[in-house]
Ligand binder design. Structure first.
Ligand code: NAP
Length: 299
């Protein structure tokens, strides 16, 4: 039994299994979720307790984990009324697993410092499957001693954890990840669409390619569902647009050039307009197919 007390705020697709891994490892876990029924389900499934507010969950915790939506969601659970910082004891650590801007990470770092707490931005990659299997990749922005203190807990649900630099560096690294992923998925979608137009067996084409230099996680894990036109799973387009918005805003500040990312962001806006905000990001293929059908009809 680990005698550290932890709180977990946000039991969504990602947070629910991550909090579960901590409970299974023997940590004393108190969970909070805005929609209470998810917390009720969680305490039925795992040893631990639930709290009525983030402040109540955090009151006894040495480490508080958050995994919510965007910058505003994080501010509201950390800084708002009945929020984490209102009850956190001195020297406790907040670890945020949401994907947010680096700006909000630095803002929370300062708010924590002002009351002798510590903040770590720790966005994740690996999706729902990675969270459930405890095989996430975590990129951290932190001071070294806080990082060392939380590392054994992060290893309960991660296969790789890396300290990237001070607070904000974790989110900047996650932006690099999303920029790379956006281009990779569009490339895969175009390749599959081209194979279709060329009259090739699309599955066979992808299987050949995945043994060579064009292979990627997206190619290996998504081509079958793309062929089946199945997008009701995975990483939602709405979340990807949030992430790409963060990347494009940061690029305005650091003057990085992101021409493909800008374009793919607009392609995802098209998918939202098709009603696909909750579809997996591999639906870029469906967008191309829909455009092809439209141009065939107009001929
Ligand atoms: P999700 O299933 O939509 O869950 C979001 C969670 O945050 C829910 O528990 C939600 O509570 C809570 N929440 C949102 N806004 C809140 C607020 N203002 N106050 C209190 N609670 C709030 O999302 P998810 O897929 O777990 O993603 C969570 C974070 O991880 C996001 O930042 C996302 O970008 C990132 N991420 C997701 C994936 C993925 O594959 N899903 C992969 C990597 C990173 P309710 O239950 O009440 O709505």
């Amino acid at each position: 039994m680990n005698n550290q007390s932890v709180a977990f705020i946000g039991l969504g697709v990602m947070g629910y299994p991550m909090a579960g891994h901590l409970a299974k490892a023997g940590y004393k876990v108190t969970v909070y979720n805005r929609t209470q029924s998810k917390a009720e389900n969680w305490v039925k499934e795992y040893p631990g307790q639930m709290a009525a507010t983030p402040a109540q969950a955090a009151a006894e915790a040495d480490i508080v984990f958050t995994c919510v939506g965007n910058d505003e969601d994080l501010r509201s659970v950390a800084l708002g009324d009945e929020a984490i910082l209102s009850s956190l004891s001195k020297h406790s650590i907040i670890v945020d697993h949401s994907t947010t801007s680096a700006t909000v990470a630095r803002e929370l770092h300062q708010a924590c410092q002002a009351q002798n707490n510590h903040f770590i931005d720790a966005p994740v990659s690996g999706g729902q499957q990675g969270a459930e299997k405890g095989a996430l990749t975590i990129m951290c922005g932190a001071d070294e001693s806080s990082y060392e203190a939380v590392l054994p807990l992060l290893k309960c649900y991660a296969k790789a954890v890396t300290l990237m630099g001070p607070q904000g560096a974790g989110q900047l690294t996650k932006m690099c990840n999303q920029i790379a992923v956006a281009g990779v998925i569009q490339g895969l979608a175009e390749s599959m669409s081209f194979a279709e137009q060329a009259g090739l067996d699309v599955a066979k084409v992808v299987e050949v390619m995945s043994a060579g230099a064009a292979s990627s996680w997206q190619m290996v894990n998504r081509y079958q569902t793309m062929i089946k036109d199945d997008y009701n799973h995975g990483f939602a387009v709405d979340w990807m647009r949030k992430d790409l918005g963060i990347c494009l805003a940061e690029a305005k500040q650091n003057q990085a050039l992101l021409p493909v990312t800008e374009l793919v962001d607009q392609f995802y806006a098209d998918i939202q307009a098709m009603g696909g905000g909750r579809w997996d990001t591999s639906s870029l293929f469906k967008r191309l197919q829909a455009q092809k059908n439209k141009s065939n009809k107009n001929r």
